[in-house]
Design a protein around this ligand. Sequence first.
Ligand SMILES: [Fe+2]
Length: 196
Amino acid sequence: MEKEISHEIHCGFSKELLEEHYARYPAVHENKIKEIEARLLKADTVLANTTYCPLRSLKMEHTHALNSVKLHKCFFKNITQGAATQPSLEMLGMLERVFGSPQEWEKQFFALAMCARGWVVLGFDLEDGTLRNYFSDSHAEGVWSVFPLLVLDVFEHAYCTAFPSRSDYVREFLRRVDWAEVSRRLHAAMNMYKSK
Ligand SMILES: [Fe+2]
């Protein structure tokens, strides 16, 4: 049994697992976005009410579904299926300036992954040009103006069928980060920040 588990850990981010994850969550939410947006066009705007009204409920689920799709897309794209890639010098320099070292950044990111219920995100704030780690317990939380660089799904559906524990999952994720993709996002975010 132990051997089987360690094999699962080794290939935990298999193509099959990621495809099943995509089909169960963001793909379903993508279809719901279309349905919600069609309903929003016809939703009653006269009876708007802070306790309940169809418009309010639709907008809440709209945000939930939109963020789920966006965060899942970033998450899948920042996992490498091939050889490990390295952070750019720009990325390493920022991690060092903000967190003291890439290792200190990773320590905090790992700890957040152990206490979040939904997502952990390393993000670049387009308003102040700072890197921060963020976490959220649901799809509908987050800080506006933050450009996601590295996204990790820690909902139980992301790991409980393929990893023996959350910590094994997070460790394997950190070994599989596509740093080339994350560094490309940082570069794009820094260009946006500089062009303000
Ligand atoms: Fe997910």
